[in-house]
Design a protein around this ligand. Structure first.
Ligand code: NDP
Ligand code: ZN
Length: 352
């Protein structure tokens, strides 16, 4: 089979590989539609996870089951499925402890395009199919379903981790597809005012669509000054970080009120440390909580997100600005995520 792979840091290309094998609880899936992620860019072009050789990229897919292990009960060949980016090992202590993202080790629930081949191949392997796959319902458009696998779940996780209370003022730093879903999640969780920080027109427009009440353009001056001015010097109750370099933590700590939360879902590809400004953090005594996490995955999470789309709580289809037909366009779509042209939010590649 063929796949589009990371050949090494800064190197990508098409490779030939053996079709994956599978165990009794697993499935082999062929992609119907896939999307590249900014995380693929961090992984390849910043070497954020370290060296990876000939690893097929991609972790956002809707697909069709080709084969199932003998113990798989709820899925069969021919079924169309939503494949979450995060596919934990559910029989682990970390999963019992509520952190399935880290089942088997830190970040080890993130397998595709990290610890094993991703979804940009003719076929890919899914561990524990019954616990990790969700049936694709007829009433959910394929492009929306692809967005659930990573963008929606991650943005919503940013909002969950932020511990948003009814009426809170929330700043979302970075309004790419992840940040946009953090905006949508903050709205669902009851934020009153939502300040979206970004600059590209397509993103600011979409941020307003998903619930941002104010836009802060970081190119127009320091974000902390603009946020403080907009909030009469008070700052915000919660900050969700979904973009920028580690330095952004300084801004987040500065603008969050004592007792507030900084929730990070950004994947920092560079730098050894993430700075916490001492005075703005109350010299360690301000009750400003910092939390960060990899998105949850698995079947139950996907089924809940499906219902949020079905009952009109969120419409992820608005994230998809570029559509391609034909598997070979995966390369072009990945490069779009690298270059981030003005009108891009997210590309989706339909395999046929
Ligand atoms: P994008 O690159 O599409 O969006 C990034 C946003 O950050 C843009 O709005 C950009 O502004 C903004 N930004 C860039 N620099 C600054 C700055 N200095 N100050 C303020 N804002 C800035 O990213 P995605 O939405 O695709 O992904 C966001 C992050 O989430 C990535 O790091 C990705 O790897 C990570 N991620 C994490 C996951 C998890 O499980 N935790 C899962 C999936 C992704 P502009 O409008 O100018 O482009
Ligand atoms: Zn991703």
């Amino acid at each position: 089979m063929r796949g589009f792979a990371m050949l090494g840091i800064n190197k990508v290309g098409w490779i030939e590989k053996e079709k994956p094998t599978y165990g009794p609880y697993d499935a082999i899936v062929k992609p119907i539609a896939v999307s590249p992620c900014t995380s693929d860019i961090h992984t390849v072009f910043e070497g954020a996870l370290g060296e990876r050789e000939d690893m097929i990229l991609g972790h956002e897919a809707v697909g069709e089951i080709v084969e199932t292990g003998r113990e798989v009960k709820d899925f069969k060949p021919g079924d169309k499925v939503i494949v979450p980016a995060i596919t934990p090992d559910w029989r682990t202590l970390e999963s019992q402890q509520g952190f399935s993202q880290h089942s088997g080790g830190m970040l080890a629930g993130w397998k595709f395009s990290n610890f094993k081949d991703g979804v940009f191949g003719n076929f890919f392997h899914v561990n524990d199919a019954d616990m990790n796959l969700a049936h694709l319902p007829d009433d959910i458009p394929v492009e929306s379903a692809v967005m659930l696998t990573d963008m929606v779940t991650t943005g919503f996780h940013g909002a969950e981790l932020a511990n948003i209370q009814l009426g809170d003022v929330v700043a979302v730093i970075g309004i790419g597809p992840v940040g946009l879903m953090a905006v949508a999640g903050a709205k669902i969780l009851g934020a009153s005012r939502i300040l979206g920080v970004g600059s590209r027109k397509a993103l600011t427009k979409a941020a307003n669509f998903y619930g941002a009440t104010d836009i802060v353009n970081y190119r127009n001056g320091p974000v902390e000054d603009q946020v403080m001015e907009l909030t009469n010097g008070k700052g915000v109750d919660r900050v969700i970080i979904a973009g920028a370099s580690p330095e952004i933590m300084k801004t987040a700590i500065k603008i969050v009120k004592p007792g507030g939360t900084v929730s990070n879902v950004n994947y920092y590809g560079e730098g050894d440390t993430i700075p916490i400004p001492r005075l703005d953090w109350g010299s360690g005594m301000a009750h400003k909580t910092i939390v960060g996490g990899l998105t949850p995955g698995g079947r139950d999470r996907m089924e809940k997100l499906i219902d949020l789309v079905r009952y009109n709580r969120v419409d992820p289809s608005k994230l998809v600005t570029h559509k391609f037909h034909g598997f070979s366009h995966v390369e072009e779509a990945l490069m779009l995520m690298k270059d981030k042209q003005q009108d891009l939010i997210k590309p989706v590649v339909f395999v046929d």
